[in-house]
Design a protein around this ligand. Sequence first.
Ligand SMILES: [Zn+2]
Length: 271
Amino acid sequence: MRLETLGCRLGPIRGFCLLLATFVAVCLTIEASAGAEGWVDQRAYGPLVCHADFPLNGLEPLLGEIAQIQQELIRLLEIPPTNERIEILLFHDRSSYRRYLAQRFPNVPYRQALYVRSAGQGTVLAFQSDDLPVDLRHECTHAMLHAVLPMVPLWLDEGLAEYFEVPAADRLNGNPHHSTVKWWMRLGRVPSMATLEAKQSLDDMGRSEYRDSWAYVHFLLNGPPAARAELVAMLADIRSGTPPGQLSQRLGRLTPDLSGELVEHFKTFGQ
Ligand SMILES: [Zn+2]
């Protein structure tokens, strides 16, 4: 099967995410492999089906919380629920995860967590660690978006994954990016959406691009209602096969100073 998309979280030690074009020949045989991998626990939460090589006792709240992200995506982006099953493969430690990746993805550089999509099937792979909650929220956000959208602009894909990777209670004010963004803006460094839109490869997405993408997603979801409405309209175009254009140009018809709107948003948000 052809591997269609790949994604991963840019964590503190992960380096850059993966380039799709490099891995077009990698195959996934999830169904056939499940028995051989000896999954000892399986749970279903909404569209998520989790297979683990360890007992999932204690992880139920996290899995339930991740399923709730889909409800937030439906509410905020006005996208439909997915009819597609999303597989989560969880490993009890880094070594077993690495062994699995080496077997199934021998050409893929190691990353702490992965989202892959193959023949209409989204799969998230991760292992138990302190970062597991953030890894799963991030990768499953990618999976839930790609389950209902034929494409997602790269910066928006990562910005949304960064937005939803923190617990729900932290999404408005508690994301680690928040204070950094406000600090940079005080120093006059204001990101440009058009610059983010020009990034075509995950190799072009460094730490600052992830942070800037998060900032625009926070603005779009919590700023002027017209901005979110334009995002919703663009995603509807993507779903219907209508060329969506660039969001910065669409928003430019609403405001002559998008970067200024972003600064104003973070200046006044939560006050
Ligand atoms: Zn990502």
